[in-house]
Design a protein around this ligand. Structure first.
Ligand code: NAD
Ligand code: 0WE
Length: 255
């Protein structure tokens, strides 16, 4: 029970395959009280179904494109939980057309949207979370991908967004460290989720990973959730500003 007596908020649950859902489930198994947020009406029923399997979670809508949604979510969390121990940011979005063809063709609007939803949202969330964490410190965790460190064909503007997200983790860790708040990222290998379903050639990416990663296999949501449990718990109390790869070691391979 690594999260006994802790409370956390999880952003980015779309369905049962979501990395955020795997993390929320594991956190709840380890004794955490959970607030779940979902993007909007379209995902409400899904979120309610999943929430029903947890012990009395707080369930809130939140479109991170809207400042007022983020503010309202943290007001509710303050009212219900009083304090907060951890935050999981499992949100990423780019226009579908930006994840095809060449990066050089990225539109101004496509670039803006990817940065707003996938990057700025972490900073906005951290700003609101910090005052609720002040007393006991806390752990903020985001999900990133190797495409922010190396060129992965068609990841394009999301790669540029992940590079900015990774750097946001370091700046936030530096800002919030004095207040006992740690900020880290998990870099997951490719996993078939809703965000991956829209990507043509995703099976080829999975196959390439199986054939070339040191462990010669793909990773699962459960493996990401186990690493998340470490970063959310006191086991990682000396770790901040870190990017931990859960990718069968794929990131070390050059050829
Ligand atoms: P997912 O589709 O289940 O999760 C993405 C989430 O982002 C969804 O819940 C969606 O509702 C949310 N979202 C998008 N726009 C939003 C907005 N405006 N407001 C609020 N929420 C919004 O897919 P996933 O694979 O679980 O993705 C979660 C995170 O993991 C993303 O940051 C993704 O980049 C990252 N990641 C995924 C993989 C992978 O291969 N699946 C690998 C590495 C990192
Ligand atoms: O971060 C991601 C996916 C992010 C994503 C996915 C979509 C699909 C649907 C962001 N925005 C959208 N917008 C949509 O409309 N991953 C790490 C998974 C992923 O996506 C890729 C990958 C991998 C891996 C895209 C191209 C190449 C590899």
């Amino acid at each position: 029970m690594l999260l006994n007596g802790k409370t956390g908020i999880v952003f980015g649950v779309a369905n049962k395959r979501s990395l955020a859902w795997a993390i929320a489930k594991r956190a709840a198994e380890h004794g955490a009280k959970i607030a779940l947020t979902y993007q909007g009406e379209r995902l409400k029923e899904n979120a309610e179904e999943l929430a029903a399997t947890l012990d009395n979670p707080l369930l809130l809508p939140c479109d991170v494109a809207k400042d007022e949604d983020i503010a309202t979510v943290f007001e509710s969390v303050k009212e219900h939980f009083g304090a907060l121990d951890f935050v999981v940011h499992g949100i990423g979005f780019a226009l579908k057309e930006e994840l095809q063809g060449d990066y050089v063709n990225t539109s101004r609007e496509g670039h803006r949207i990817a940065q707003d939803i996938s990057v700025y949202s972490l900073t906005a969330i951290a700003k609101h979370a910090a005052p609720l964490m002040e007393e006991r410190g806390g752990s903020i965790l985001t999900l990133t991908y190797l495409g922010g460190e190396r060129v992965i064909p068609h990841y394009n503007v999301m790669g540029v967004a992940k590079a900015a997200l990774d750097m946001s983790v370091r700046y936030l860790a530096a800002d919030l460290g004095q207040r006992g708040i740690r900020v880290n990222a998990l870099s997951a290998g490719p996993i078939k989720t809703l965000a991956a379903a829209g990507i043509s050639g995703f099976n080829k990416i999975l196959e390439h990973m199986r054939n070339n990663a040191p462990l010669r296999r793909n990773v699962t949501q459960d493996e990401v959730a186990d690493a998340a449990l470490f970063l959310l718990s006191d086991l990682s109390r000396g770790v901040t500003g870190e990017l931990l790869h859960v990718d069968s070691g794929y990131h070390v391979v050059g050829m």
